[in-house]
Write a new protein. Structure first.
Length: 414
């Protein structure tokens, strides 16, 4: 209780003036500081219109003392419901919401403190105006963070749909950690069910989302051995099998959504736990039957985003699993015409292999060397691709020349 009081009255104000928010190259931060100044000026202007008689009443020690204790009582009563159930505002990502009923009392206490210790009326008003302005600017920045969070979520769910138009029921989606900053496991599970589930309103859900580090750390045998896995939130439940899942990785905006399979175990971008979990990824849970798929609900997920690089990558990744090399080449040509390319050069792998397997060895070589020079992290993955190409494709003069050049440039070992 003491920690909560200190946080509500004092330390919560530390967030309103962080050094990283002073960045005049970021439009949203410039706007936020404009709001700080605008609100502070407005509050000061209207506060200065306060009639002298009313101001004199606020100046009395009696008023400040009464307001202080009334405010403390209001804070206490506002926090009681949360404390009764054992919650505090510093534990948990969203626990500060239980402080909302106490805000009435917090405002009164702060004004009483300012009134008591700052005697000059203009200085009092200036202090309050600055605090209100800083608070307004902070609220704007928080709202903007949530706005970008929604953009990220829209991108993720549309990419998931592009990559996996439908999932077999009782499939779990696994990720090493939460995908989004402000959305944990069960809200993501709920969204996946809205995206895919044909039965609406069923308390037994056909899909779920698990954070690998929270649910299977040091317990990966549950997945590998196909043991039952369960998820729930209150009366909503999910029951699945440890082998009936897909493993994903998503780092917006640095890369597209990756639905992982064994061939990506050499991807150096992936954390160790994700690489270990790849062995439990079962891509047969994805249903590509067009009759089984339905478009995401636009009122929930928004209209379909413009088809940028990630759209072509997801479609190429599907074709890669089915060895539809010509289709990948066509997708690559379309992306090239639009002059779009990935933020993460690893995502060139389906196109490199497709160009090579359709006889465009020089194009595959150029793409490999260009990607490697832009990002050395792709080396191991691309070396493995070219090693496989050396032994699984027919003899060809252009092939031999391209392989030698790639091996030399990437310093691959035979």
């Amino acid at each position: 209780m003491t920690r909560d009081f200190v946080h509500m009255l004092f330390s919560t104000w530390f967030n309103v003036l962080q050094p990283e928010t002073i960045n005049f190259k970021a439009p949203s931060l410039v706007i936020s500081w404009g709001i700080v100044i605008f609100v502070a000026v407005i509050v000061y202007f209207f506060g200065s219109l306060l009639r002298e008689r009313e101001y004199q009443n606020l100046q009395s020690d009696k008023w400040a003392k009464q307001a202080f204790f009334l405010g403390l009582f209001a804070i206490f009563m506002g926090m009681v419901p949360g404390w009764i159930v054992g919650r505090d505002i510093l534990t948990g990502r969203f626990s500060d919401r239980i402080a909302l009923p106490a805000m009435f009392g917090i405002s009164i206490v702060l004004v009483s403190i300012i009134t008591k210790f700052i005697q000059n009326r203009n200085h009092q008003l200036l202090t309050i105006s600055i605090l209100v302005g800083l608070a307004a600017g902070t609220q704007f920045r928080i709202a903007n963070e949530y706005r970008w969070e929604w953009v990220e979520q829209r991108q993720f769910f549309w990419q998931l749909y592009w990559r996996a138009p439908s999932l077999v029921e009782n499939t779990a989606v696994l990720s090493d950690g939460a995908i989004f900053t402000y959305t944990g496991d069960y809200p993501t599970a709920a969204a996946i069910n809205v995206l895919y589930a044909s039965k609406k309103g069923d308390l037994k859900q056909p899909f779920w989302f698990f954070e690998i580090d929270d649910n299977f750390l040091n317990k990966m045998d549950i997945l590998f051995e196909g043991q039952p896995i369960n998820g729930s939130i209150r009366n909503i439940t999910f029951t699945g099998n440890g082998k009936d899942n897909i493993v994903i990785w998503y780092e917006y905006p640095d890369s597209c959504l990756w639905v992982l399979s064994e061939h990506e175990a050499q991807n150096t971008y992936l954390p160790e736990l994700t690489v270990e979990a790849i062995k439990a990824s079962n891509l047969s849970r994805i249903n590509f039957d067009p009759n089984a798929a339905s478009l995401p609900i636009k009122s929930v997920f928004g209209p379909e985003p413009e088809h940028g690089w990630c759209y072509y990558f997801q479609k190429a990744d599907i074709a890669y699993l089915n060895k539809e090399w010509q289709m990948i080449v066509e997708l690559g040509n379309q992306a090239e015409k639009l002059d779009i390319e990935p933020n993460n050069k690893f995502e060139m792998y389906p196109f490199i292999e497709a160009y090579a397997r359709t006889g465009s060895w020089e194009q595959a070589r150029k793409m490999t060397v260009y990607s490697f020079r832009g990002d050395k992290e792709v080396r191991d993955m691309f070396c493995q691709i070219w090693t496989d190409l050396e032994f699984t494709t027919p003899p060809d003069k252009d092939k031999d020349k391209s392989i030698e050049d790639v091996f030399k440039t990437l310093k691959c070992t035979r």
